[in-house]
Design a protein around this ligand. Structure first.
Ligand code: HEC
Length: 186
C-alpha cells in the first residue's frame, strides 16, 4: 500500500514539469511574429466576452442586475419563453423541468427539479438572476439571452411548475371547466 502511494506521488512529481512549460505572457516580445509581439491582435469583428449588445442591456456582473421590469405575461411571451427554454435550458433541465435533460444523461451534474417546494416558492427575480449570473456549476446566460427573453423563460418555467401544482383557487371558471372536461375524457 505504502509503495503504491509513494509511486503515485512520484508520478505527480514526474509530470509536474508539464505544468511549467515555456510560455508567453500578454505583452511579451517574441521573435515568432513579424511585429515582434507574442500577443496576437484580435481578429476583425471580435466581440469581447461580456461585450456586445446583450451585455450592454444588463447593468453589471454581480448583485441585482435588473433595472428592466418584468413584462406582462401574455400568450406571446409564453410561446417565446417555451421556444427559448427549449433551446437554452431543456438540454439540462429537461423539457418538463425534471432536471433530466440529455446533457445530464451524458454525465453533467443534474440540476434540481423545478417541481420542488423550494423552487416553486422561489421568486421570479431569483429565477431571472440564476439565468443572468448562473448558479453553482450552471453557467451564466447574460451574453446569450437578453433581458426580455429571460423574463419570457421565467414565465415559461412558472407555467411548467403550474402544470403540476396549481391551487384550485387560482383557476378561473374557464380553467375549471377545461379541467372537468379533461377529467371526463379517458
Ligand atoms: C449545462 C446544463 C444547464 C443548462 C443549459 C441550464 N442549467 Fe440551470 N442548472 C444546472 C445545474 C447543474 C444546476 C444546479 C447547480 C448547482 O446547484 O450547483 C442548475 C440550477 C438551476 C436553477 C436552480 C437554482 C436554485 O436556486 O437552486 C434554476 C432556476 C435554473 N438552473 C434555471 C435554468 C434556466 C432557466 C436555464 C436556461 C436559460 C438553465 N437553467 C440552463 C444546469 C444547467
Amino acid at each position: 500500500m505504502l509503495l503504491l502511494v509513494l509511486s503515485i506521488a512520484g508520478c505527480e512529481r514526474g509530470v509536474h514539469d508539464m505544468y511549467d512549460q515555456p510560455h508567453y505572457r500578454p505583452g511579451d516580445a517574441s521573435p515568432l511574429f513579424a511585429d515582434g509581439a507574442a500577443t496576437r491582435p484580435p481578429a476583425e469583428g471580435t466581440v469581447a466576452h461580456g461585450g456586445g449588445t446583450l451585455a450592454q442591456t444588463s447593468s453589471g456582473r454581480r448583485g441585482r442586475l435588473t433595472p428592466e421590469r418584468p413584462p406582462a405575461v401574455t400568450e406571446a411571451l409564453l410561446r417565446r419563453g417555451r421556444e427559448r427554454y427549449g433551446i437554452h435550458c431543456a438540454p439540462c433541465h429537461g423539457l418538463a423541468g425534471d432536471g433530466d435533460g440529455i446533457v445530464v444523461q451524458r454525465g453533467f451534474p443534474s440540476p434540481p427539479s423545478y417541481h420542488t417546494g423550494r423552487l416553486r416558492d422561489a421568486t421570479d427575480q431569483h429565477l431571472y438572476d440564476v439565468i443572468t449570473q448562473g448558479y453553482g456549476v450552471m453557467h451564466p446566460y447574460r451574453e446569450r439571452i437578453g433581458p426580455q427573453d429571460r423574463w419570457a423563460i421565467v414565465a415559461y418555467v412558472r407555467a411548467l411548475q403550474g402544470s403540476r401544482h396549481m391551487p384550485m383557487d387560482k383557476l378561473d371558471d374557464h380553467d375549471k371547466t377545461m379541467l372537468d372536461h379533461a377529467g371526463a375524457s379517458p
